[in-house]
Design a protein around this ligand. Sequence first.
Ligand code: G1P
Length: 270
Amino acid sequence: MNVDVAVIPAAGRGTRMRPATRVVPKALLTVVDRPAIQYAVEEAARAGATEAVIVVDLEVGHLIQQHFLVEDRLPGLEGMRIRPVVQEEPLGLGHAVYEAREMVRDRPFFCLLADNIVPPGHDVLGSLVEAADGDASVMCLRRLDDEYLSRYGVVVPGGPERDGILELAGAVEKPGVDEAPSRLGLIGRYLFQPEIFDILGETEPGVGGEIQLTDAIDELARMGRVRGYVADRDLLDVGTPLGLLEASVELGLARYGDDFRRVLEEVLSR
Ligand code: G1P
């Protein structure tokens, strides 16, 4: 299967990152030397995508658009076509993905949440394509600790796990530890078949009154159309201040090596 398009929802206003996000969209917060969302676009390009549909909000989304559309092309993204789509109302992640349907049309697509950055050397999108084995949708998963079962979508396993791949029978958005059907959580990387749009178009608001992507995944999984791929590492979460700091340190070390290590040691020794 050839996947040439990625949908990157970036319309969230980042309430957990106030006051940084009072004016600046959270997708443009700097991690080392580039905005968070640029990592997602670069990751999609490494997986072979040549088109990124970025779903932005009405108020500040034009700033994201400008970052990618200023005249000189960003190194590494020369072959990437960036297409913004405006989500006019914040009706949920499922609704944001649905807004990309006219640009994606009948193609399989990657979906990458820009809050989550893949650690250097741990790309997963290629593994999702392999796990699809033809034409399934594939969800990237991690085993979660208790506290995360109320912060992530959690899946219902539909069969045994072999080499990190399993069939899925359903999914629940942020179930909490008492209701969680498993410990396997959705970590923000997905490979969808275009049939997800038909389901999203019919999905009613769920948790928090929002149209949840997880509810559409649940529906598709009940039809036997979804697999899971368990990643070997957690993604870096830049949606909270501490997560952003952790990501900055890890990506900073990858970029500046010993120079930055010395800075960290110096700071820690004060
Ligand atoms: C979203 C999804 C959730 C997923 C999470 C991954 O939640 O709704 O299913 O597990 O991203 O980061 P949010 O972080 O927007 O609350």
